[in-house]
Design a protein around this ligand. Structure first.
Ligand SMILES: Nc1ncnc2c1ncn2[C@@H]1O[C@H](COP(=O)(O)OP(=O)(O)OP(=O)(O)O)[C@@H](O)[C@H]1O
Length: 230
């Protein structure tokens, strides 16, 4: 175990009870991702990727074990504490951008910061900087419907890191894009991860993108194990 892991799962258990049967999705599973590391999560449908992302993102509580965010145990946190930790320390990117349609790109990136109580001007300056970094400086006043799919996804990535999180969790972030756009968005995300030092876990079915990350993991028999990509 390294001391500088941004996210660590320790002996995490998750079961679903369906009638008489008990389905074990995570069985004393361990995982850790260091700052600035990009890890691909590759697993067949139904293996438990969403469950893992939800637990790592503090959206779901494990039945056992613990999640550490930047070294802090989340086990003893109540719902409000988990929400605070999630807002301050974890960013999410989904397959579909989930941007708020009535707000501009700039406002979408400002919002998570304002929810955390940052002044409007500070939030706007950081949002503009992130959008410029994502090469969207000319699109800040556009609403989501006035952006291309790749641009929408780049706004969603900027939004995910708006609060300077320790952890970035992405579920098929390029799954909805054509191959060329997918590559472009992935490059932008990589640059942001490297520059910000966030620890990124990215679920993807795209073998080529998975190969470009630092390493890959998968789920087998409830354990999180290294996945060798050939
Ligand atoms: N609330 C629930 N109750 C019972 N079983 C569940 C529940 N949620 C998920 N499961 C089961 O747990 C397993 C893992 O689900 P999960 O959504 O994590 O898979 P996944 O790997 O993300 O799949 P996909 O790639 O298709 O989205 C599946 O077999 C699913 O049917």
């Amino acid at each position: 175990m390294s001391t500088n892991s941004s996210i660590r799962l320790a002996q995490v258990e998750r079961h679903y009870v369906q009638g008489e049967s008990r389905l074990t999705i995570l069985d004393h599973a361990d995982m850790e991702i260091r700052a600035g590391e990009m890890v691909a999560l590759v697993a067949p449908s139904g293996a438990g990727k969403s469950t893992l992302l939800h637990i790592a993102g503090l959206l779901e509580k494990p039945d056992g074990g613990d999640v550490f965010v930047n070294g802090t145990s989340c086990k003893g946190l109540d719902d409000a504490g988990r929400t605070d930790m999630r807002r301050s320390s974890i960013g999410f990117v989904y397959q579909f951008h989930h941007l708020l349609p009535e707000f501009s790109a700039l406002e979408n990136v400002m919002l998570p910061q304002m929810i955390r109580g940052l002044p409007r001007k500070v939030a706007a300056d950081r949002a503009r900087m992130l959008l410029e970094y994502m090469r969207l400086g000319q699109r800040v006043t556009h609403r989501p419907a006035e952006l291309s799919g790749g641009e929408q996804q780049r706004v969603a990535i900027a939004r995910a890191v708006a609060n300077n999180p320790y952890v970035l969790l992405a579920d098929e972030p390029t799954g909805n894009l054509d191959p060329l756009t997918s590559n472009y968005v992935f490059d932008a995300m990589t640059a942001l991860v490297r520059q910000s030092g966030v620890a990124a876990l990215i679920a993807t079915h795209n073998h080529d993108l998975a190969k470009r990350m630092d390493r890959a993991i998968t789920l087998r028999d409830g354990k999180i194990i290294d996945h060798v990509l050939v």
